[in-house]
Design a protein around this ligand. Structure first.
Ligand code: MOS
Length: 778
């Protein structure tokens, strides 16, 4: 009658895991030894490509004048839609989209026709012997685009809104509606209706996207690419170029950030490969900072209207969400703000609608916590409004609506420590000293305000492979085709491998960033640590099984004639479960067997796939009625809470964040140092979205007016206080072998709302248009 699935494998003893190990790649990074994708300059005959883009957002290419450009020294080729070789698949067909798989986001491939659909669209590529020659020739190249009137955003296309997938009133990913939301809202004694707007945001990683394409033979391509997923990029390039996957190799040893924009494949990587093939030389293309605004997606400009209905006591009765946003001419991508809204709070009536408008922009894409980040600004701000309206403390109203099960599926949570996050965050912040009335706290001329918000991010189902190679001398090489965005993958997986193999972290070399290594998922969707750790664990189990089988038939082993199931491995020692004194170290066993090294290979799961794989054998091995147990699974999410203090200058309208506390429950924390840095980074990006970040598209020209880091403001050190970050100790047996939940994106969720709520507390003004710049505060 055990209702818990019996998990048949135990996690490794944690020695290195949980330690604040400094980055194993830190030295390589600060000494310049770390090679980023654009730095593989050793390739013989490497030449440089520069993309020429259209300033016009809509129109047709009606003329080229390349005579001056052709005369420039060092120019090897100038490609336009007239002479660039075609990819095998363009991505535009449904067939192509399926073949290319999950890594395609924008189905439009530029340089296939004379049509221009967005400003920044490539209209020519110049290849030359040096970057400077290519840039100079590109400047001399004349491309005439005859303009037509573009659509700049959903605000210009409100008459032509459509529902993604063509389903009337469906939201983007089929969020389940429940109850009768409109009627429940109409009847609710307390109501909040509000509309929120969010500027277009760009990811702006420090390292721009870059591709070096090297055809090692007519049908064998190696690409050094700034991508969050070498296996995905390999699959996509193989689809576009019509090559077997095995003949495409993608290498990404280091990344200088990505935040989602390096998740999918984008046209520039394909175009570089086509160009390299045509000139018969390795070609390097590095996007300029302005091109980063028009080549790799963005968070779309959007408007959300949220209606909350509640009892007088503050219990939610109805939640209705409507989102309208801008997308491209070809794709119906919209980040799914409503998905988490259906699960975060107990609320019997829920519905969500997504509407899109096609404009002359490129396709938006995932940007750190796509959906949850802007969606939580709306939900967590409106909940704050409801709290003030009813005179309830903001934490209390959240506790009052705490969901003990996932309201969108009815599933129990695999683990949920949200209440502890509120409690610990409040204590660290000193929340009990808050004046419940707004506009009353001053520090000199500054208005001081405190705000808080809930954070959540799903455990997205994921899987991938790993290989471990253990040497008898006590060293190991561990391989996964993972990528490290800069967030610490090298380090945390080194720690995991060390514990799985029972050796010290400095004896482990973790290799990643190469598609010849075991295939895995992207570093995205906060799936990386959970997936890679799980696969390294499984590969290690494979290795230990091989060694156990060796030991039990080795007459010289203390484990001779034991049953393999009677053997356990503790810190690299194989021993009898019933008599741990009887056993031996792996090195002794391997040396006796003349093995210099041995490999294990395995597939690991993260999320729902892990749970179902574990539950199945458990059900079979239990008593008869175990088969009747409900193995429909758990809802899996990380949770957290943010607390923010602002000082608002009432004369200048400036907002400074002066205190910050984030408490996150993300399962087992592999490394508190790198984890803390991830939360600081995510919260900083959220503060950027709250107060600074906006890509401004000219409403007439549909062209970005500020595509650079001087005019597109992101927070710098001086904008961010010393942040307090803590983690709740949380054990979750359902998500993967180590109980690791993702923490890559949760810190940006709820962040803008915490800032906005603090501004409301300081000033009494509710600002719903991001970013909250001084002009809006005044
Ligand atoms: Mo993240 S937006 O899933 O790379």
């Amino acid at each position: 009658m055990n209702s818990e699935p019996a998990f048949f494998e135990t996690p490794p003893q944690t020695v290195a895991v949980g330690q604040p190990l400094s980055r194993v790649d830190g030295r390589a990074k600060v000494t310049g030894a770390a090679k980023y994708s654009a730095e593989f300059n050793h390739l013989p005959g490497l030449v440089h490509a520069v993309i020429k883009t259209s300033d016009v957002a809509k129109g047709r290419v009606t003329g080229f004048d390349s005579s001056a450009a052709q005369r420039e020294p060092g120019v090897l080729a100038i490609f336009t839609h007239q002479n660039l070789p075609k990819p095998v698949l363009t991505g535009e067909t449904k067939e192509g989209k399926e073949a290319i798989g999950p890594s395609i986001q924008m189905t439009f491939m530029p340089l296939q026709s004379d049509q221009v659909f967005y400003a920044g669209q490539p209209v020519a590529i110049v290849v030359a012997d040096t970057l400077e020659h290519a840039q100079h020739a590109a400047a001399k190249l004349r491309v005439t685009v005859t303009p037509e009137a573009p659509v700049a955003s959903y605000q210009d296309a409100k008459a032509q809104l459509f529902n993604p997938g063509g389903k009337p009133d469906a939201d983007a990913e089929g969020t389940k509606r429940r109850g009768k939301a409109a009627a429940a809202f109409a009847a609710a004694p307390a109501q909040v209706t509000a509309t929120y707007t969010h500027a277009t945001n760009h990811h702006n990683p420090m390292e721009p996207s870059a591709t070096i394409a090297h055809w090692e033979a007519a049908d064998r391509l190696t690409v050094y690419d700034a991508t969050q997923g070498v296996s995905w990029q390999q699959r996509a390039l193989s689809g576009f170029l019509g090559l077997p996957m095995e003949q495409v190799r993608v290498i990404t040893k280091y990344l200088g950030g990505g935040f989602g924009c390096k998740g999918p494949i984008w046209p520039h990587s394909v175009l570089t490969a086509l160009t390299a093939k045509a000139v018969g030389r390795p070609v390097k293309l590095v996007l300029t900072r302005p091109q980063m605004f028009t080549s790799v997606g963005h968070r779309e400009d959007q408007e959300q209207t949220l209606r909350l209905g509640a009892t007088k006591e503050g219990k939610l009765l109805a939640l209705l969400h409507e989102k309208t946003s801008t997308t491209s001419q070809w794709d119906d991508y919209a980040e799914t703000n409503s998905k988490f809204m259906g699960m975060l709070y107990q609320c019997p009536n829920f519905e969500a609608i997504t509407k899109l408008a096609k404009a002359n922009v490129m396709t938006p894409t995932w940007m750190r916590a796509p959906g949850e980040a802007p969606g939580s600004f709306a939900l967590e701000s409106s909940l704050d409004d409801l709290a003030y309206q009813l005179g309830i403390d903001p934490i209390q109203i959240r506790l009052l609506n705490h969901a003990d099960k996932d309201p969108s599926t009815g599933q129990p949570w695999s683990s949920k420590s949200l209440k502890q996050c509120y409690q610990r965050g409040a204590a660290l912040f000193g929340w009990s000293k808050r004046n419940p009335k707004n506009g009353l706290t001053r520090d000199g001329k500054y208005l001081v305000g405190w705000g808080m918000a809930t954070a959540t991010y799903p455990v997205n189902n994921s899987q991938g492979n790993a290989r471990v190679r253990l040497y008898a001398d006590g060293h190991a090489v561990v391989q996964v085709a993972a990528t490290d965005l800069g967030t610490g993958t090298y380090t945390v997986i080194t720690q995991v491998a060390a514990d799985c193999l029972g050796i010290a972290p400095d004896k482990v070399r973790f290799e990643l960033g190469d598609s010849v290594l075991p295939t895995t998922n992207i570093s995205g969707g906060s799936m990386g640590a959970g997936t890679f750790s799980s696969s390294v664990y499984t590969a290690s189990q494979d290795l230990w099984q091989k060694l156990t089988k060796m030991a039990v038939v080795d007459a010289k082993s203390p484990l001779f004639k034991a049953k393999p199931t009677e053997v356990e491995v503790v810190k690299g020692r194989l021993q009898l479960k019933a008599n741990p004194g009887k056993g031996e170290d792996f090195a002794a066993l391997m040396k006796r067997g003349n093995l210099t090294d041995l490999e294990g290979f395995g597939q690991g799961h993260y999320g729902a796939g892990y749970e179902s794989a574990q539950a199945r054998p458990a059900a079979n091995s239990k008593s008869d009625d175990a088969g009747k147990e409900d193995h429909s699974g758990h809802a899996m999410h990380s949770f957290g809470a943010h607390f923010c203090e602002v000082r608002v200058d009432p004369e200048l309208g400036t907002v400074r964040v002066t205190k910050w506390v984030s408490v996150v429950a993300g399962g087992r924390i592999l490394n508190p140092k790198t984890a803390r840095s991830q939360v600081i980074g995510g919260a900083t990006m959220g503060i950027g979205a709250a107060l600074m970040e906006q890509a401004v598209r000219d409403p007439h020209l549909a062209r970005y007016t500020n595509p650079n880091l001087a005019d597109y403001h992101v927070p710098v050190n001086a904008d961010i206080p010393d942040m307090t970050v803590e983690f709740i100790d949380e054990h979750d047996p359902y998500i993967n072998a180590l109980g690791v939940k993702g923490i890559g994106e949760i810190a940006i969720v709820g962040t803008a709302a915490a800032v906005g709520n603090a501004i409301f507390h300081a000033t009494g003004r509710r600002l719903r248009d991001l970013p909250i710049t001084p002009d809006k505060v005044l």
